[in-house]
Design a protein around this ligand. Structure first.
Ligand code: NDP
Length: 480
């Protein structure tokens, strides 16, 4: 059985304790590889390698740094099929999604920040006849990047690319549920000629090796994407250590549909925003709010389409919906569906585990599920389920739609469907979220700030925001 290895100091190495965890293929419910159960000793080794590499990497000419990162991006592109297949097997997502979304995005994340570094400039502030200030931004040193399982290589590269491009050395941890593409990336980094120690990848459990990264006194910044409870714990841990921290956390996003929306386009996008990646995207619109005058029409059309969605083998190119990431996660999602029934909700379609045949018989499949009849205050409409489950709620007025949309502890993203341009801007302005999509979903320009408010996080990723996070400004004032 294949053994995944850590990547420390430019080498692929076993964990110091030689302990391994099972890595499960969720489409088949079977262990298919072993993943290092790394610990604090591995963090110390990675830190020593990263510290030793820092001066060299920081002082590497920008053109060279950019060229190495571009080579890494090239390698991702050249290995697109293999990476997509690995992602589908590790995560349960359809291979077609991995090949069209996850892996191309991983490649462009690296290209985007490699070139961003080439355009990064200092600011200058002149005090007439008195002084000139210049503010340059220095890399922080050794930084930690911790990524979740839902978009494994996509979010892993989204963090490490700006960290590396701005001159830091990185200790990164993917989720132990989906370690394979980070392991393959380590091999590609070696091929691309990334200097030893600049990027170190440690595999293992969040509360063990992840916690050791967070608590290491020499790691000066933590960029974390994951659940809100973990984010709260990390924030509490790093605050007294005065580390920089960026937290991209959960969501319970509203998809607001006004009666004047383009119905067909809204319907097809709403299918995607509800169930892409089995609903396991922090940006999915899990609360669908529909204007009363089109509620019945929408419900009928939507439920009809959802009932036709086929769940199948993630490794087949025709599959549009695969498995959820793990057995524990499947049980959590099914538990929420039971809760919705207890809270008085009506299951319009789905609501159950799907048992496929043959080698897929033990896989973790859930039928796409639509629920109605629940008020905004119930747990089903307040807590993040992070699976193929959406609820429908009806509204009469614009004010009611805004109030419903804002009525959660989360504030990551929202979608608004309307052909009334003024209303679109008015509603967007009132929404308490970091991101608003109008008549679209998941349309991403990598230059825009990405992140949420309330319990969806602290700070922003993307564009200059990420470059600023991974650098410390220093102002120099020269008296004239
Ligand atoms: P978790 O918070 O459980 O884990 C995220 C990462 O943190 C994993 O690598 C995990 O390791 C690690 N981790 C867990 N505990 C600790 C700890 N004590 N110290 C350090 N690291 C730790 O989230 P999930 O992996 O379950 O991801 C799903 C969540 O991520 C959802 O809530 C989703 O909304 C959110 N998310 C947010 C996004 C955003 O941009 N706002 C984007 C994508 C997802 P391990 O898995 O190995 O235990």
């Amino acid at each position: 059985m294949e053994k995944i290895l850590n990547y420390i100091g430019g080498n692929l190495v076993e964990p110091s304790g030689l302990a391994y965890l099972d890595n499960v293929d969720p489409g088949r419910g079977k262990v298919y590889s072993k993943v290092p159960d790394s610990d604090q000793i591995d963090v110390e080794k990675a830190f020593a390698a990263a510290s030793a590499a820092f001066q060299g990497w920081k002082n590497t000419p920008l053109e060279t740094r950019c060229a190495i990162l571009q080579r890494l991006a090239d390698k991702i592109g050249e290995n697109k099929e293999a990476l997509a297949l690995a992602e589908a097997r590790d995560n349960g997502k359809p291979v077609s999604l991995a090949i069209h979304v996850d892996i191309p995005r991983a490649e462009s994340n690296i290209r985007f920040f490699a070139t961003a570094a080439m355009h990064w400039s200092s600011e200058s502030h002149v005090m007439e006849n008195e002084a000139i200030n210049y503010t340059h931004r220095k890399p922080i040193g050794v930084v930690g990047c911790i990524a979740p399982w839902n978009l494994p290589l996509y979010l892993f590269t989204w963090k490490i690319a700006p960290a590396l491009a701005s001159g830091n050395c990185v200790i990164a941890k993917p989720s132990e549920l989906t370690p394979m593409t980070a392991y393959l990336l380590a091999k590609l980094a070696i091929e691309a000629g990334l200097p030893a120690g600049v990027l170190n990848i440690l595999h293992g459990l969040g509360p063990k090796v992840g916690d050791a990264i967070v608590k290491h006194p020499g790691i000066k910044a933590i960029s974390f994407t994951g659940g809100t409870a973990t984010g709260a714990y990390i924030a509490g841990t790093v605050a007294p250590m005065f580390k920089k921290v960026s937290l991209e956390l959960g969501g319970k996003n509203a998809n607001i549909i006004f009666a004047d929306a383009d119905f067909d386009e809204m319907l097809s996008t709403t299918l995607r925003s509800s169930f892409s990646n089995q609903g396991q995207i922090c940006l999915c619109g899990s609360r669908i709010l529909v204007e009363a005058s089109i509620y019945d029409r929408f419900k009928e059309a939507f439920v009809h389409k959802v009932s036709q969605m086929k769940v199948g083998d993630p490794l087949l190119t025709a599959t549009k919906m695969g498995a959820v990431v793990s057995e524990a996660h499947m049980q959590k999602v099914l538990g929420y569906i039971e809760l919705a029934k207890q809270e008085g909700g009506t299951i319009l379609c789905g609501g159950n585990r799907i048992l496929l045949e043959g080698e897929l018989a033990d896989g973790y499949y859930i039928a796409p599920t639509v629920i109605e009849g629940l008020g905004p205050a119930c747990r089903t409409n307040q807590e993040e389920i992070f699976g193929p489950v959406v609820t429908l709620q009806k509204f009469e007025t614009e004010e009611e739609a805004i109030a419903l949309a804002n009525d959660t502890p989360y504030g990551l993203a929202a979608t608004v469907w309307t052909s009334h341009v003024t209303k679109a801007h008015r509603v967007a302005n009132e929404l308490q979220t970091g991101i608003v999509w109008i008549n679209c979903w998941l349309l991403r320009d990598l230059r825009t700030p990405f992140g949420g408010v309330k319990q969806s996080g602290v700070g922003r990723e993307g564009g200059w925001e990420a470059m600023r996070f991974f650098t410390e400004p220093q102002n120099v004032c020269i008296k004239l």
